[in-house]
Ligand binder design. Sequence first.
Ligand code: R5P
Length: 288
Amino acid sequence: MFEYAGWGKKRRLSQIVAPDGRAVMLAIDHGYFMGATHGMEKPAEAIKNLLPHVDSLMLTPGVLRTDVRTDFGKGIVLRASGGNTVLDKDIDNEEIILTAEEAVKLNASAVAVSIFVGAEYSHQTIMNLAEMVNDASRFDLPVLGVTAVGKALKDKKEKRYLTHASRLAAELGADIVKTYYCDGFSEVVAKCTAPIVVAGGPKLDTYEDVLNLCYNAVNEGAIGVDMGRNIWQSDYPAAIVQGVKAVIHGNESVKQALELVNSLCNDENKRRELFEVTNKDIEESNIH
Ligand code: R5P
């Protein structure tokens, strides 16, 4: 993997992809368009028991500066596209919000740019990715291309669309592509020339569903996950993150990982609800 890359890029990618070729990325960048979303109201608090179990953290430059200690020794993937909010008609009107130089100053392992293929601002977002690939190349900085769906494309989490969008991201030079799992996912992987990680999407009903998603994704060719809400919105975030890791890095079955998660659902790993949560909060956090 990444044979084409120079030493600097390989070094940075090794902070994201472990020696076994797999990646457990914790996505907490949602606030860039969702604000203080449910479960991530206080990022430092939300992630403190999760960090030991992940390879890298995907987040915004603001939260990196305020909520992550400078001795955090794992991978850092910085969100580099944004400029939208859930309050907009849709969320695809993004531009580049971070230069590669600034990301390097923050000691990032990679930057992430979303493309909303086929949405109103499709062209602009695809150009965001192309421009960031060129900018990042000056520093041997890897780029994660994220195939995002907004309000209009919400139903597009299916094979044909995801294959197209993922391949576009790879063709434009993304070193890793983040997309969604779907029926027939192995074809999305087979037709994408870059390695794929999958997002978790809105919170699923059970831990078994989350583990099945991880298991199916890696067994159909993904190198791992870049997962957020299904970890930090859950009742026992530090338990499910260890189940996810057991599947991705430990090659454990869903049954084995679920037993582990259940054994870890204790008071120490329980998430404290810090604020009143309304139906509107839940609705907004399920927007993509
Ligand atoms: C948008 O919010 C981001 O790109 C997220 O990082 C991505 O959706 C993954 O998070 P989740 O598993 O919550 O979908």
